[in-house]
Design a protein around this ligand. Structure first.
Ligand code: KG4
Ligand code: ZN
Length: 369
């Protein structure tokens, strides 16, 4: 089966042609046009501008994705599209285009929740193999290519979301908790802005952090200790996150009365910010995996591209000799792309009448089955 994926939830216009065979998810083309450089001028995404850029890019991006795949429209079995959450203007461009194409080309249309889509980047792994390995493949495989088994704990860390979710199967999950204010990526972006770094700030902070000391500044680790972590209910806000206080602590540091300009501390501050965000994410995720007795963790979203997060999770799992397998998507599949949307559609194949599909900018992972 071959699916054309379309993703336009924020400032990326993306289309991908993805093939699923018995035990393979293979990307035939993956095109991402980003207006982030344009947005960077203003320090963040301006929704109207992002939507205008989506309109300019959507048709050329879809055309390029089909051309790159070396297939024709006839070879495509279905169209998958992100219908939320995201910026309404941006979402509308992708959804209305997908609806039109589905009607004109007479293809089934599969709506995909962007947040669920992020997790499915994990099914497109390094060797583009998913599912149980065939005998021929076992010998050549590395441990990171092993399949994802359920139950699996998912940590989504993106620009707009920080969510902990327990997956028991495809389309079956329990929402454990999420951010009460800023998301992890948003915290990276806002702290970067305070430090005078360009948007998106996550990769910029990560770059500087490599040269700094993570212990130089004593920044808060929000909501690490508080709350009830019981797996059986109770006031389970223990799985929630909050990063706005961390951002305020950084703002206070920057505006502190001192003769030393902040530029002299920039690498140390970047390393300390990264360490604080990563420690909260790692501790809560590992604690949840232990509490719910799962031996699989997958991370997803733009912040999953962060090297320190991957290394810290790995070393935390190893140091305690926890029998947990960690799944991390390839870095270019962590940030927004349409291959993950198509991958999600293969496993959650629920076509909808194109005339009935509407965008839902506030779609979340809460209250789903
Ligand atoms: O998933 P994504 O592309 O878009 C959303 O759905 O939000 O995530 C974008 C976020 C931005 O906040 C960006 O700063 C962050 O991911 N990000 C990173 C890294 N690469 C992207 N944060 C930390 N380290 C990185 N290497
Ligand atoms: Zn995203």
């Amino acid at each position: 089966m071959i699916i054309l994926g379309i993703e336009t939830s924020c400032d990326e216009t993306a289309a991908a042609v993805v093939l699923k065979t018995k035990n393979r998810i293979q990307i035939l083309s993956n095109v991402v046009a980003s207006s982030a450089v344009l947005q960077a001028k203003y320090g963040g995404v301006i929704p109207e501008q992002a939507a205008r850029e989506q309109i300019k890019s959507i048709i050329p991006v879809i055309e390029t994705a089909i051309d790159d795949s070396r297939l024709t429209i006839n070879d495509i079995d279905a169209i998958a599209v992100t219908f939320g959450p995201g910026l309404i203007g941006s979402l509308l461009v992708g959804v209305e285009t997908a609806k039109t194409l589905a009607l004109v080309w007479k293809k089934p249309l599969i709506p995909v929740n962007h947040l669920i889509g992020h997790f499915y980047a994990n099914w497109i792994n390094r060797s583009t193999v998913y599912g149980l390995p065939s005998t021929a493949e076992v010998g050549s495989r590395k441990s990171e290519d092993l399949p994802i088994l359920f139950p699996c704990l998912g940590l989504l860390v993106s620009g707009g979301h920080t969510d902990l979710v327990l997956f028991t199967n495809h389309g079956k999950y329990k929402y454990l908790g999420g951010t009460r204010d800023d998301a992890a990526g948003e915290c990276f972006d806002k702290c970067a802005r305070l430090l005078g770094l360009p948007y998106p700030g996550g990769p910029e902070i990560a770059k500087l952090a490599k040269k700094g000391s993570p212990k130089a500044f004593d920044l808060p680790r929000p909501m690490l200790e508080k709350g009830d972590f019981s797996a059986k209910g109770g006031p389970a806000y223990g799985w929630d996150f909050s990063f706005s206080g961390l951002k305020t602590a950084v703002a206070n540091l920057i505006h502190r009365p001192t003769d030393t300009p902040i530029s002299s501390d920039l690498t140390d501050l970047a390393a300390s910010i990264e360490a604080a965000i990563v420690e909260v994410l790692v501790e809560k995720t590992v604690k949840a995996a232990q509490m719910y007795k799962v031996d699989q963790i997958m991370i997803a979203g733009g912040v999953a591209a962060n090297q320190k997060l991957k290394e810290s999770l790995e070393s935390r799992i190893k140091s305690q000799e926890l029998n947990i397998k960690l799944h991390v998507p390839e870095a270019n599949l962590c940030t927004d792309n349409a291959a993950m949307i198509a991958a999600a559609a293969f496993f959650n194949y629920h076509p909808i009448d194109p005339l009935k599909l509407q965008v839902n900018p506030n779609l979340s992972l809460i209250n789903n089955p």
